[in-house]
Design a protein around this ligand. Structure first.
Ligand SMILES: NC(=O)c1ccc[n+]([C@@H]2O[C@H](COP(=O)([O-])OP(=O)(O)OC[C@H]3O[C@@H](n4cnc5c(N)ncnc54)[C@H](OP(=O)(O)O)[C@@H]3O)[C@@H](O)[C@H]2O)c1
Length: 253
């Protein structure tokens, strides 16, 4: 089990990680959640903090973030071993964290990431994107075409902030379930990225959400598959009145 305790060993994750529970989460992180006042950022931040990570909910307005952080803190009050939650302006949140979660709408995404990355603020940090470039019309949800089909929101972030380690994860986890009462969600988090160490961070954090490590889904370009796939889940949710997720079979867990 000792091998599971060190970051950067994505090659062994599928073998050693399957039975890991929240209390075994190998590393503790401080996570800045950009868009932390929205349902996805708040929900993921809550789950991370519930399992011992410290979160800083970021916002364009610090006061708004502090209000939401107080709401999260209230929910954490009875949770033994919980981490802390506080709010801050986006830039201050990033400065105080090694891990940054992008949980903002795709509209304006590139400009926002460029602003966040100014003066090297994202350099050396692990940036996890759960951003889904979706569109809706009378036939329902569908994925937007990014860079003529040769890109994704996560790849755009990596291009705009080249000194950050960008990974994609948590695209297919529904916000209402994150804020719900279940201890863990019965689904998997698929993590994509070009850096094994970066992926390991998201793989670790996923255990806070599902009770087991995230699944290494390959290179960052596969965010082109994960991001629009959420449109399928939205269609399923509408049809079956649920909050569906993805479960990967064939793994040893
Ligand atoms: N909701 C879900 O179930 C779900 C599931 C999977 C993935 N996602 C993805 O997660 C991301 C966030 O989803 P969400 O539903 O939480 O979104 P949201 O509520 O629309 O936005 C989240 C937060 O982003 C900030 N924001 C909005 N527009 C911005 C802009 N132009 N520039 C900078 N910040 C802006 C706002 O915070 P401030 O006003 O406080 O700055 C807002 O509270 C999206 O990309 C979505 O596709 C969502």
């Amino acid at each position: 089990m000792a091998a599971a305790m060190r970051p950067g060993q994505a090659g062994s994750v599928a073998v050693i990680g399957r039975s890991v529970t929240s209390s075994d989460t190998p590393n503790s992180y401080t996570v800045a959640v950009i868009g932390g006042t929205g349902p996805q950022g708040k929900g993921l931040g809550y789950r991370f903090a519930r399992h011992g990570h410290d979160i800083i909910l970021g916002s364009r307005a610090a006061e708004k973030a502090e209000t939401v952080a107080a709401e999260v803190t209230e929910r954490l009050a009875e949770v033994a071993g919980a981490g802390t939650a506080r709010g801050a302006a986006n830039a201050d949140a990033i400065a105080a964290a090694d891990v940054v979660l992008l949980a903002v709408p795709y509209d304006g995404h590139d400009d926002l990431v460029a602003a966040l990355a100014a003066d090297g603020a994202l350099d050396g940090k692990t940036v996890i994107s759960c951003v889904n470039p979706l569109a809706f019309d009378k036939r329902g949800a569908h994925g937007q075409v990014i860079d003529a089909g040769e890109g994704s929101a996560a790849e755009s972030a990596a291009r705009i902030a080249p000194e950050a380690t960008v990974v994609g994860a948590f695209h297919n986890v529904a916000a209402p379930a994150l804020w719900g009462e279940d201890e863990f969600l019965d689904e998997d988090v698929i993590v994509v990225g070009d850096s094994a160490e970066g992926k390991q961070v998201a793989i670790d954090l996923a255990a806070s959400v599902t009770g087991r490590p995230g699944v290494d889904g390959g290179k960052l370009r596969l965010a082109r598959v994960l991001e629009p796939f959420t449109a399928v889940l939205i269609s399923i949710n509408r049809k079956y009145k649920t909050h569906s997720g993805i479960r990967v079979t064939g793994l040893d867990h």
